[in-house]
Write a protein that binds this ligand. Structure first.
Ligand code: 5AD
Ligand code: SF4
Length: 456
């Protein structure tokens, strides 16, 4: 194996699982002598870790490949530049990418990037043959191992991949494959290793994370697979881990045990992302979400009952085929009722191969634009109100890095809000109490009251 120093540039699009996957690609490539670089200029290997969720996300990949072309030409004289497309566009389009963009040397799907070293060698030998978009999740995690390079104090950990729900707007079941959960032992091994490297907060990732059903730890196999609630309680026992989050959940997979975990596990942060997509029962049915608006509202009410300080975030789609003004108003009504701390909202985007793309009653683009603006105005107002409601409260803040101003640190509240406060640098990596004095749409500022406890 050659260990000459080489430069690696990875550009990550889309969701947090792609951020995790990009980190793991770096782990796989480090032993080959690749060192991360912040820019593609002069890089020996460029990886675009792509997203296929909406049309715009997929298009960005092709424009980026256009920008890389001259850089690859320039690098031809000094060792050359290998260009790889990874992630969900790679999975969805496969060999088509190399036809449409000959600048690409290799294509690797989300389940096979542990084979990057072989694929790179193959691409160097014979262009056009380096393609791997198989689904073999188990092999991937076995090969990746638990040794990760870490930066900072917070890390993502994939615990579940894939989706069997087949919402009619969504490409994920096609790009990430069937639902699959990692065994508990493997997850715990990875988190213990992260804690030993200073990680204080873990976010458990899965396309359908609350459908998690991983093999129980050795010695407890007889219990059958564990649900997410059990996993969360087990992770809370790992020394050094102070905060636990998980994302993304589906309303259909909320069980009472997981709701109870919010009540009995203080390390599980009181901030929960539960997408609903629409407030109209007719649209929820057309989306194949398998629940009605009232079910979602009942789950939120139950969560607030067991954990009164919980805040909710979500995802909404406007302009799904067949959405009328009345359906959209039902979405606005649901948003008023939930009162989100934060919520992502999107115009419906037709995705090739999904049932929604073939529906005849597509909504006019101008109507989508209008509805999105109205929804976002309401969501922005809710987010500002939520942040403002923090003023006067004392929040535990996990300090992560120096702030923009001298003497200031930047950290995160339990609700993932950015918090700035004057604090000594020794508090980086620790949780301290901050009294909140100011709030805007995207950040809070406050006064250090004192270290809550050592983070370890
Ligand atoms: N069009 C618009 N938004 C979409 N999402 C997923 N697929 C589409 C689509 N075709 C949104 C959903 C999902 C989030 C990750 O992206 O709101 O929860
Ligand atoms: Fe897509 Fe629906 Fe699966 Fe979420 S639950 S990944 S929106 S198909």
């Amino acid at each position: 194996m050659s260990t000459t120093r080489k430069r690696l540039f990875i550009k990550t699009y889309g969701c947090q699982m792609n951020v995790y996957d990009s980190d793991r690609m770096k782990d796989v490539l480090t032993p080959l002598g690749y060192e991360s670089s912040d820019t593609p200029e002069g890089a020996d290997l460029v990886i675009l870790n792509t997203c296929h969720i909406r049309e715009k996300a997929a298009e960005k990949v092709y424009s980026e490949l256009g920008r890389l072309r001259p850089l690859k030409d320039e690098k031809a004289a000094s060792g050359g530049m290998t260009i790889a497309v990874a992630g969900c566009v790679a999975q969805a389009e496969g060999a088509e990418i190399m036809k449409r963009a000959p600048v690409v040397d290799l294509v690797v799907g989300p389940q096979t990037y542990h084979k990057l070293p072989e694929l790179i060698a193959q691409a160097h030998r014979a262009k056009g043959e380096a393609l791997d978009t198989e689904f073999e999740v188990e092999d991937k995690f076995d090969r990746l191992g638990s040794d990760r390079q870490v930066e900072g104090y917070s890390a993502f950990v994939t615990v579940q991949e894939g989706c069997d729900k087949f919402c009619t707007f969504c490409v994920v079941p096609y790009t990430r494959g069937a639902e699959w959960s990692r065994p508990v032992d493997q997850i715990v091994g990875e988190i213990r290793a992260l804690a030993a490297k200073g990680i204080r907060e873990v976010t458990l990732l899965g396309q359908n994370v609350n459908a998690f059903h991983g093999a129980a730890p050795s010695g407890r196999e007889a219990d059958g697979p564990w649900g997410l609630g059990q996993l969360v309680r087990h992770i809370a026992l790992i020394g050094g881990i102070e905060r636990i989050r998980f994302t993304t959940s589906h309303p259909r997979d909320m069980d009472e045990d997981l709701i109870q975990a919010f009540a009995d596990t203080p390390k599980l942060m009181p901030y929960f992302h539960l997408p609903v997509q629409s407030g109209s029962d007719k649209i929820l049915k057309a989306m194949n979400r398998q629940h009605i608006a009232a079910d979602y509202l009942a789950t939120i009410a139950r969560l607030r009952e067991v954990r009164p300080d919980i805040a909710i975030s979500g995802d909404m789609i406007v302009g799904f085929p067949g959405e009328t003004d009345a359906d959209f108003e039902a979405t606005m009504e649901l948003v008023r009722e939930v009162n989100y701390a934060s919520c992502f909202s999107f115009k419906y985007s037709k995705r090739p191969g999904t049932p929604g793309a073939a529906m005849f009653n597509q909504v006019d683009e101008a109507v989508k634009t209008e509805r999105l603006a109205a929804l976002q105005a309401l969501l922005d107002a809710q987010q500002i109100a939520f942040n403002t409601s923090m003023i006067g409260k004392t929040l535990p803040v996990l300090f992560e890095k120096p702030g923009r101003l001298d003497g200031q640190l930047h950290g995160r509240s339990p609700y993932l809000q950015s918090v700035h406060a004057n604090a000594p640098a020794e508090l980086i990596g620790q949780i301290a109490e901050v009294e909140i004095e100011g709030a805007s749409r995207n950040a809070l500022s406050g006064r250090l009251i004192g270290p809550k406890r050592s983070a370890a």
